[in-house]
Design a protein around this ligand. Structure first.
Ligand SMILES: Nc1ncnc2c1ncn2[C@@H]1O[C@H](COP(=O)(O)OP(=O)(O)OP(=O)(O)O)[C@@H](O)[C@H]1O
Length: 230
C-alpha cells in the first residue's frame, strides 16, 4: 500500500486554486523532496496531508485512510512557522510531546538535542531561528511516525550545520517511513533524497527517483531543477 495517494486534489483560497487537480502517489520507505517555486502549493499540500486543512476537493489517502484523527496519529508534521509557544522551555516542549504523542521516543529526542548542543533549560523565545528549528525538528523526528511532513525544516540553519542535521534526521529512521520535505535548499538536501516531486501551479510536474533522474538527464537534481524552472 502506498504511504500517500492523492488523486485530483484541488484547494482554493477564495477563487484562486492553490492546488489544481494535483495527483501524487508515494510508497513508504523513502525520503522525498517536495520542490517548486514560491506559491506553487507545497505548504498547502503538506497541510492537507497533515489534516490541518480539511476543505478541498479530490481524494487524499494516507496509508489508505482520509486525513483525520487516525492519520494524525501516524503523521508527524513540522510546519514552516513555529508551532510551540515562545515562553516554554525546551524541557517543557519535550514534556508536551511526551504527553500528547504515544509514539514519542524521548531518548531519541534528548539524543538529537544533545547532538545539536541545545540546553533543555532554555526558553524558546531566547533562541535564534536556526536553534528553534533544531528544537522543533528534534521533536518532530522523534515520533515513531509512518509519515513525516517537514515544511522547509532547515531554512534558518547555517550551511555548515545542515549536513549534521540531515544526517541526524536520517539516522535511525524507520526504513518503512515516508519523509516528505518541502525545500528550496535542493543542493543541501540532495545527498539524503531518494526521490523528488517537482510542483508548478498547484500540480506535480514530475515525480521520480533521484537515481533515475540522474541516469536519464545526466544531471544533479539541483541542475535539473534550475533547468525546469528557468
Ligand atoms: N491562507 C491563505 N489565504 C489565501 N491565499 C493563500 C493562503 N495560503 C496560501 N495561499 C496562496 O496559495 C498559493 C500556494 O501557497 P503555498 O503557501 O501553498 O505555496 P508554497 O509552495 O508553500 O510557497 P513557498 O515556497 O513560498 O513557501 C499561493 O498563491 C498563496 O498566495
Amino acid at each position: 500500500m502506498n504511504a500517500i495517494d492523492i488523486t485530483g486534489c484541488t484547494k482554493k483560497y477564495g477563487s484562486l486554486p492553490a492546488l489544481n487537480g494535483l495527483s501524487l502517489s508515494l510508497p513508504p520507505g523513502q525520503i522525498v523532496g517536495l520542490l517548486g517555486e514560491n506559491g506553487c502549493g507545497k505548504t498547502t499540500l503538506l497541510k492537507i496531508l497533515a489534516g490541518a486543512l480539511t476543505q478541498y476537493d479530490g481524494e487524499v489517502m494516507i496509508h489508505g485512510q482520509r486525513p483525520g484523527p487516525e492519520t494524525k496519529a501516524m503523521v508527524s508534521f513540522l510546519p514552516d512557522a513555529s508551532f510551540l509557544a515562545g515562553g516554554v522551555t525546551i524541557e517543557e516542549a519535550v514534556a508536551y510531546f511526551r504527553d500528547f504523542f504515544f509514539d514519542f521516543n524521548e531518548p531519541k529526542c534528548r539524543d538529537l538535542l544533545g547532538i545539536f548542543g541545545l540546553d533543555a533549560g532554555r526558553k524558546l523565545n531566547t533562541l535564534s531561528k536556526g536553534m528553534r528549528e533544531k528544537v522543533q525538528l528534534s521533536l518532530a523526528m522523534s515520533r515513531e511516525a509512518k509519515v513525516f511532513l517537514l515544511d522547509e525544516p532547515i531554512s534558518g540553519v547555517d550551511p555548515a550545520a545542515r549536513e549534521v542535521i540531515l544526517s541526524a534526521i536520517v539516522r535511525d529512521l524507520n526504513p518503512e517511513a515516508l519523509v516528505l520535505i518541502s525545500t528550496h535548499l535542493i543542493h543541501d538536501l540532495e545527498p539524503v533524497l531518494d526521490g523528488v516531486a517537482m510542483m508548478r501551479y498547484g500540480q506535480v510536474l514530475m515525480a521520480d527517483s533521484v537515481d533515475h533522474l540522474r541516469e536519464v538527464h545526466h544531471k544533479s537534481v539541483d541542475e535539473l531543477f534550475r533547468e525546469v524552472y528557468r
